[in-house]
Design a protein around this ligand. Structure first.
Ligand SMILES: [Zn+2]
Ligand SMILES: [Zn+2]
Length: 240
């Protein structure tokens, strides 16, 4: 298995990432990626930009250097009600919205019950496409309940390469999550969460884990151009 698109990446705008949008686009072209999404952090993460940054992303062409560039955001889930730090006026104009739990930007109880509730509320948010790096041991949730609901709502669960590569305590959770996605037919995206060009599109560890458990390619929306175009069409995300 391989990925033809990387749906979770950061640029220098996230402040703790180090490449410009143009450098990421050039690297995506060099790697032969079909598409990638620029998903800088929502505004409650330290150092992130004014909402105008997200509102003006249409300044970047949708197809550049043969690469389809999806304009996105990694919004922060701020509480168990599933509130995000990006409002509708921003989200409605973006192609791809990731919702994530991060320690500095979640201001509610941390428990399996609270995180389950947060993700179940996210499942009902029409703007959210995917939850990211949910294998975190800090934000454990009822995997079966949430994944079942995500499958019903057509949301994606991310298999995050950075978690598997750099965080050994995430790995058993990521594997359990992937197995439950397989069981319930929940689609996933395999992403790098790249914070520099050298990480973009390189998801070997996540792909090996999926191969090890016999994960079906048809459930990986970015495993082929055909899968990705089918997903983007279904979500009304323009291809060109
Ligand atoms: Zn994140
Ligand atoms: Zn990220």
């Amino acid at each position: 298995m391989k990925i033809v698109a990387d749906l979770h990446t950061h640029t220098i705008t996230s402040v703790h990432a180090y490449a410009t949008a143009l450098e990421m686009i050039s690297e995506a072209e060099r790697l032969g990626l079909y598409a990638f999404a620029i998903t800088d952090h929502g505004q409650s993460m330290h150092g992130t930009p004014h909402p105008y940054y997200f509102m003006n992303l249409h300044a970047i062409p949708r197809v550049m250097n043969k690469v389809r560039v999806l304009k996105g955001i990694e919004a922060n889930i701020t509480d168990r009600n599933g509130n995000l730090d990006a409002d509708e006026s921003i989200l409605k104009n973006l192609d791809f919205c990731i919702a994530s739990l991060h320690m500095p930007t979640y201001h509610d109880e941390v428990s399996v019950d609270a995180c389950t509730e947060a993700y179940l509320n996210i499942a009902e948010n029409p703007y959210v496409n995917m939850i990211a790096h949910s294998g975190s041991p800090y934000f454990k949730y009822d995997y079966e309940t949430v994944i079942k609901r995500f499958a019903q709502c057509g949301k994606l669960v991310e298999i995050n390469n950075a978690s598997i590569k750099h965080k050994p305590d995430f790995v058993p959770n990521c594997k359990e999550i992937a197995k439950l996605c397989m069981k319930h037919g929940c689609r996933v995206a395999v992403d790098t969460d790249a914070h520099f060009i050298t990480q973009l599109g390189r998801a070997d560890q996540a792909l090996s884990m999926l191969e090890e458990i016999g994960f079906p390619e048809e459930l990986v929306v970015n495993a082929s151009v055909e899968n990705l175009n089918k997903y983007l069409t279904e979500m009304n995300i323009p291809l060109k």
